[in-house]
Structure formats: structure tokens, C-alpha cells
Ligand binder design. Structure first.
Ligand code: C5P
Length: 229
């Protein structure tokens, strides 16, 4: 069983997060725990999700000197999570150190690189010294992630087509920004439907509010999943 959907658990309290997850079938999705929830709960949320049968993507986007990131990845891997991530802008040495640090772990998580945050416009990139368009920076950084031996990248669903031409299907593409036509876009700007994203080569879909704000999250998860099989 390898569900394609990763539900973003964007809650600030453990009890609310767990109550929401009780509505979801762990055979149909994995769960993404980000900074807000992890800072509120610490490791206990991970253990509880594992006990409920969910695979966990610990989305803490590490970015520091190689040794610090390597040690953080080792700690995260020891929690038994399914996926972790680091910023590609930390550079090749940092990413290689991260990979080497988890290589000997009994259950090695997938290690994913974040290229350019989708919140960064071309102008915002120039301000921090990246004199490239976001699109070419993503492609270049994705190559660096690949050369550093990581398992894949987080990217916009609209970048999947290009990246899939660059890398074979073993390279994992994780895409947020997923909406069906009936969903509200919220603050997402460049979105794609779940079926289209998978057809274009996305490996996993990160979906938050379309499921967390649905009247019946369990049914909504089933409905999106049905589009993918
Ligand atoms: O509610 P929604 O489906 O927009 O949630 C998407 C999730 O993916 C959120 O947790 C958001 O922080 C995350 N994300 C994103 N865009 C990125 C990277 C992560 O929306 N480029």
C-alpha cells in the first residue's frame, strides 16, 4: 500500500490534530506534520500518529551548517518517520551530510529537498541574490538535489512536467497546491487538480484545506483518492 495523498495537518494543538486524523483512513493517506504542530507537541504527535497507523512526513525544512543538519536528520530518522526534508539552498555538502547521516538508520526516511519556496516571486529572489527566474532556479536546484543523492524534491504541480523530463520516475516529486474544481483556492495561486498532477508525473500530493475544512474529511479523502485509481 503506497497512498499518493499526504494530508497536511496544519493545526496548532495536539488534541484537535488527533481528533481530525481519527476521521481519516490510514490506508488512503499519510500525514504531514509541520513546524507549528511540531513546536506545539514535540515528538508525542509522531508516536500517536504511528500508533494510529499513519506514515508521517516531518516537514521541518532543515537549513543550517552540514553537521547541524546531519544531526537533526539523524534525530528525525530515529523517530521512524517516512519522509523528512532539507533546503537545497543549504548546498551540496549539507545535503550529502544529511543523506550520509541517515544511511545507517534501520528505517531510513525518504530525504527530500526544498528548491525555491513557492511564496518567492522573481523579485523576492533577486533581493536575496538569486538572479534567475524561479523556474530556472528550481530546475538548477533540483539537479543539485539529485546529484547530492537525495530522493526527490518538493515542487509546484506546474513544475512537474518539466522536472519529469529532467529526472526518471524514481526521483520523488512532492506537490502541494492541489485543488479540484469545486475546492476553494484559498491563498494558493498556481494550482492543479489531483488527477492531472499525478498524470504529469507527481509522486505524492500534499493536500490541506480541501480535506481539513471539508464537512466530511473522511469522505473527501476517499473521493480524491478515487480520482487517482
Ligand atoms: O491547505 P493547502 O492544501 O493549501 O495546504 C498545503 C500544505 O502544503 C500546507 O501545509 C503548506 O504549508 C504546504 N506547502 C505549500 N506550498 C509549498 C510548500 C508547502 O502549500 N510550496
Amino acid at each position: 500500500m503506497n497512498p499518493k495523498i499526504i494530508v497536511a495537518l496544519d493545526f496548532g494543538r495536539e488534541d484537535t490534530a488527533i481528533a481530525f486524523c481519527k476521521k481519516l483512513n490510514p490506508a488512503l493517506c499519510r500525514i504531514k506534520v509541520g513546524l507549528e504542530l511540531y513546536l506545539a507537541t514535540g515528538e508525542s504527535i509522531i508516536a500517536r500518529l504511528h500508533n494510529m497507523g499513519f506514515g508521517v512526513f516531518l516537514d521541518l525544512k532543515f537549513h543550517d551548517i552540514p553537521n547541524t543538519v546531519a544531526q537533526a536528520c539523524k534525530r528525525a530518522a530515529a523517530l521512524g518517520v517516512w519522509m523528512i526534508n532539507v533546503h537545497a539552498l543549504g548546498g551540496r555538502k549539507m545535503m550529502e551530510a544529511a543523506r550520509e547521516a541517515i544511511e545507517s538508520e534501520a528505517s531510513r526516511p525518504l530525504l527530500i529537498g526544498v528548491t525555491i519556496l513557492t511564496s518567492m516571486s522573481d523579485e523576492a529572489l533577486h533581493q536575496v541574490g538569486v538572479n534567475d527566474t524561479a523556474e530556472s532556479a528550481v530546475s538548477r536546484l533540483a539537479s543539485l538535489v539529485h546529484q547530492s543523492g537525495l530522493d526527490g524534491v518538493v515542487c509546484s504541480p506546474l513544475e512537474v512536467k518539466n522536472l519529469r523530463q529532467q529526472f526518471n520516475e524514481d526521483f520523488v516529486l512532492v506537490t502541494p497546491g492541489i485543488r479540484t474544481p469545486s475546492d476553494q483556492q484559498n491563498d494558493q495561486v498556481r494550482v492543479l487538480g489531483p488527477k492531472e498532477a499525478i498524470e504529469q508525473g507527481s509522486s505524492y500530493l500534499v493536500i490541506g484545506r480541501p480535506i481539513s475544512r471539508a464537512d466530511d474529511p473522511g469522505k473527501k479523502l476517499e473521493a480524491i483518492n478515487a480520482l487517482l485509481v
